[in-house]
Design a protein around this ligand. Structure first.
Ligand code: NAD
Length: 505
């Protein structure tokens, strides 16, 4: 019986389900009703070491498999994901709470990374320099790191793992995925589909767990690379501990994304963009728009006037209702955290234009819902501006001028995404050149790069040197080896005591 129908979710190791024996369990909520629906086994140290052993044993044969053969498995996996799209979306939404349309969209974005990974033979091609000296050639290749780990957040339980493992596997690494313990079912199902696609056992393993498992993964000498996506507080620890143990680490972290609306912007387009980007997935996106910045009062007033009827009409509810536009937060804890931020915004003096604290859904009265919320007159000293709220709470800031708006964005600790809405090409060009942010949209509110580009922020939004997927993904999951070769040809250059390539130029 497949794991996701069980009440206690198991690990997926070496191509089959393994019952957790640690005795520790994590709760998985049905967030629409606010009740614990399932539990998940949290791995012990010994179980984590066992999973590492399995992935390490599978590595040599997988690394020696041709890139073309690895790609064929990816092609089959891609088709299986497409065939099982609706099933994957239901698994995801039941635990996360986001709408089915949003869930399907996120799986599709993950599938695009698989499509990119199908071209791995081309992506791994090295460089070659013939005759760098007389009779000497030089060339390079990219080789896999070994066993890699993915530690992923709850908000994109399929897409973020799919940013990682397809690239890692296509490059020839074996992989241990440690998904969020809040909604791991869809990741387990993806691993099953990889097996069905022909992936050898042990190459992709899903280990459920929390800090106890992660602490082992960060230190074990058999682990070569760690990809993390999650909050900044945890990501920084992952980065510092992993690198201190000689691992390559990329940690993509928290965000506070600003949308700058210039006075000449198309306000109908702006309001559509705000609705989707601030309240889609209940604001639980690292690319959500959390702050709208204007440079004149007229624009702020006009946005609020147009936004209010839209927010009032926003349909909140369970994912099972296809008409719903916004679901609940992930857990009662997240719900009270977000409500706490709204309380704090009020006490710090922001103007609460629309209050989502008491919004409820008929039939889901105990669900983890927080309604769409709007604050105006937010200032940069306020906690609701400095912190990532990760909920459906929008702040409007009146910067007073373009340079002040740009400085505001550049001074924020986070640098994940941003957008400018304008009809002025000069303003857009200046903004894209000078803004200190990793992903920038021009009249695009959520500028998530396509799979063949790379995803990653700046400042406290990314620790490490590599963004995810696209060309950066290939660089992260491989290391460069450069070969200088000479074949005996009767040419002798004599002993050389200088630093040339091995002969006469
Ligand atoms: P989180 O940091 O709580 O958890 C992320 C992962 O770390 C999970 O697998 C969790 O089990 C593990 N973890 C949690 N505490 C740990 C600890 N003490 N030691 C070791 N591991 C630990 O994040 P979350 O709440 O699941 O996700 C939301 C966060 O993720 C937000 O901050 C959001 O911005 C961020 N995020 C960032 C991106 C990005 O690309 N920058 C994308 C998605 C989400």
């Amino acid at each position: 019986m497949a794991n996701h129908h069980q009440q206690v979710l198991r690990h997926y190791i070496n191509g089959c389900y393994v019952t957790g024996k640690s005795g520790r369990l994590g709760d998985i909520y049905d967030p629409t009703q606010g009740v614990v629906a399932k539990q998940v086994a949290l791995a012990s140290k010994a179980e984590t070491q066992m999973a590492i052993g399995v992935a390490a044993k599978a590595f040599p044969a997988w690394a020696a498999t041709s890139a073309g053969k690895r790609a064929k498995i990816m092609f089959r996996f891609r088709d299986l994901v497409q065939q099982h799209m609706d099933e994957l979306a239901v698994l995801l939404s039941a635990e996360h709470g986001k709408t089915l349309e949003d869930a399907r969209g996120s799986v599709t974005r993950g599938m695009e990374v698989v499509e990119y990974a199908c071209g791995i033979s081309q992506l791994l091609k090295g460089e070659y320099s013939a005759a760098v000296a007389i009779g000497v050639d030089s060339w390079n290749m990219r080789q896999p790191l070994g066993v890699c780990v993915g530690i992923t957040p709850f908000n994109f339980p399929a897409m973020v793992p799919m940013w990682m493992f397809p690239m890692a596997l296509a490059c020839g690494n074996t992989f241990i995925l440690k998904p969020s313990e809040k909604d791991p079912s869809v990741a387990l199902r993806l691993a099953e589909l990889m097996t069905e696609a022909g992936l050898p056992d042990g190459v992709l393993n899903v280990l459920n767990g929390d800090k106890e498992a992660v602490d082992v993964l960060l230190r074990d000498e058999r682990i070569a690379g760690i990809s993390f996506v999650g909050s900044t507080a945890i990501g920084e620890i992952i980065y510092r501990t992993g690198t201190a143990h000689n691992k390559r680490v990329q940690a993509l972290c928290g965000a506070k994304n600003h949308m700058l609306v210039m006075p000449d912007a198309d306000l109908e387009q702006v309001v559509d963009a705000i609705m989707g980007a601030a309240y889609g997935s209940a604001g639980e996106r690292c690319m959500a728009v959390a702050v709208v910045v204007t440079i004149d009062d007229h624009t702020s007033d006009a946005i609020i006037e147009k936004l209010l009827p839209r927010v009032r009409a926003l349909k909140m509810g369970a994912y099972t209702d296809e008409a719903v536009e916004m679901g609940p937060l992930i857990s009662p804890e997240a719900q009270s955290r977000v409500k706490g931020y709204i309380d704090q915004g009020v006490s710090e003096g922001a103007t609460l234009v629309y209050d989502g604290r008491n919004a409820t859904v008929v039939g889901c009265e105990d669900g983890c819902f927080v309604g769409a919320t709007i604050f105006d007159n937010v200032t940069k000293e306020m906690t609701i501006y400095r912190d990532e709220i990760f909920g459906p709470v929008l702040s409007i800031m009146r910067a007073g001028g373009y340079e002040a708006a740009l400085s505001l964005i550049n001074e924020h600790q986070y640098g994940n995404g941003t957008a400018i809405f304008t009809r002025d090409g000069d303003a857009a060009r200046d903004f894209t050149q000078r803004v200190q942010i990793g992903m920038v949209g021009v009249n695009v509110p959520i500028p998530v790069p396509m799979a063949f580009h790379s995803f990653g922020g700046w400042k406290q939004s990314l620790f490490g040197d590599h963004a995810m997927h696209g060309p950066e993904g290939v660089r992260f999951y491989t290391r460069l080896k450069t070969v200088t070769s000479r074949w005996p040809s009767g040419i002798r250059s004599g002993a050389m005591f200088d630093f040339r390539a091995g002969g006469e130029y």
